[in-house]
Design a protein around this ligand. Structure first.
Ligand SMILES: *Cc1c(COP(=O)(O)O)cnc(C)c1O
Length: 408
């Protein structure tokens, strides 16, 4: 008899985006003359930078000739890309990360989801943000690291709460945990962590022989020069942190697929007897066993981002979304809502002062604007909605006019 992994039965089905789609389609069917504007989904809308298109086309042309054709590449990524990342994303910011500590992949979603495989499934204490990017939680549920879901929370998980009271930056737990997920700039809140807040997490991890999983998918949106882009800007992080980065939000690669994970060679994790093992060696084993590399033209396109022209195009693209975000934050602030995010992130997290689905319905029905109800990201998301800056300027301006009219 073929049996299932029963941990999957503990998963709370996420109806968030399908519920949103249902409500939107019911509205548009009843009101065919009123077009809705979508500021809900976390996907980019601008086309790829031209340097990426040119590099991808040149890479494709190489595949067309027997002399330059590429078959399987290194599972960890081509040296030209890993070296460019090490130099421009790390050395340039004073971080000591070698090219062979970088693992190129087809997405941070996969990396954030897969990384837990190399750690124990029994007795590991998890710390996970609330509200949260759901991948961190669900992949640990699948692996059996949690108990049942009771009232929206899994037993055996320490929830790192982001609330108006703590400025949406969770404080450090008052007890030891082992595997800690952090995401700054944050999805869904758009909040950022200061250098001293990150330093406190690194100190906590060192004290507890714990490991930080630092998701910095949105680092390209940081404009405040005092905010670290990488966890490795913090002294001592090389011994306790893995970092996830993606070209998805940085350069519009959500449909093209390229990301990377940094695992320093100085990072150790322990077996039952307390003996230290190299996490880099474990991840290298896992990655090379289960993954065969990102396509060559896509790695060429990713590397183009690190040229002078590429940096300029990426900065223009992220600045375009940030200008949308500034408009949204200012308009919602003027309407009297407490907001976080939007200044160093493409998301604005709005304290609605009421049920998050009720506010969602209000914006849909009165302003024909689609946002994301915060309750879909966790218990602490209740009372909030996320508005995304990923859209055209025209749509953002129109949406904000309609919201102002509806809520005035
Ligand atoms: C979009 C996003 C990613 C990147 O995912 P990809 O699989 O690389 O497209 C990672 N983490 C968070 C929190 C995100 O929002």
């Amino acid at each position: 008899m073929i049996r299932i992994n029963e941990n999957y039965t503990k998963l709370k089905a996420s109806y968030l985006f399908s519920d949103i789609a249902k409500r939107v389609s019911a509205y548009t069917q009843a009101n065919p003359s009123k077009p809705v504007i979508r500021l809900g989904i976390g996907d980019v809308t601008e086309p790829l930078p031209s340097v990426c298109i040119e590099a991808m086309q040149a890479g494709t042309a190489e595949m067309a000739s027997r002399t330059t054709f590429k078959g399987y590449g290194p599972e960890q990524g081509y040296a030209f890309l890993r070296e460019a990342i090490a130099q421009h994303d790390y050395a340039a910011r004073g971080c000591r990360i070698d090219a062979d500590e970088i693992f190129v992949s087809d997405g941070s979603k996969c990396d954030c989801g897969n990384i837990q495989e190399i750690f124990a499934t029994d007795g590991l204490k998890l710390a996970i943000p609330d509200p949260v990017y759901p991948v961190y939680v669900d992949t640990n549920v699948m692996a059996g690291r949690t108990g049942a879901n009771i009232n929206g929370r899994y037993e055996g998980v320490t929830y790192l709460e982001s609330t108006p009271a703590n400025g949406y930056v969770p404080s450090i737990p008052d007890h030891a945990t082992d595997l800690i997920y952090l995401c700054f700039p944050n999805n869904p809140t758009g909040a950022v962590a200061t250098r001293s807040q990150l330093a406190a997490w690194v100190a906590y991890a060192r004290e507890n022989k714990a490991l930080l999983l630092f998701d910095s998918a949105y680092e390209a949106y940081i404009r405040n020069p005092a905010i670290p882009h990488s966890i490795y800007e913090i002294e001592g992080a090389r011994e306790v942190a893995i970092e996830f980065r993606s070209f998805s939000k940085t350069a519009g690669f959500t449909g093209t697929r390229c990301a990377y994970t940094v695992v320093p060679k100085s990072l150790m994790a322990f077996d039952r007897s307390g003996q230290a093992h190299s996490v880099h060696a474990l991840w290298n084993r896992r990655h090379t066993t289960k993954f065969n590399g990102v396509s060559y033209p896509v790695q060429r396109a990713a590397a183009a981002i690190f040229t002078d022209a590429g940096k300029k195009q990426v900065s223009e693209m992220t600045s375009f979304y940030l200008a949308n975000a500034a408009l949204i934050r200012s308009a919602m602030g003027k309407l009297g809502f407490g907001c976080v995010g939007g200044d160093n992130a493409p998301y604005i997290w709005i304290n609605t002062g009421r049920d998050s689905w009720e506010f969602f319905d209000l914006l849909l029905n009165q302003a024909q604007v689609v946002c994301t109800p915060g309750a879909g990201f966790g218990k602490c998301g209740e009372g909030h909605v996320r508005i995304s800056a990923f859209n055209s300027r025209e749509n953002v301006e129109r949406a904000l006019e309609r919201i102002a009219q509806a809520l005035r």
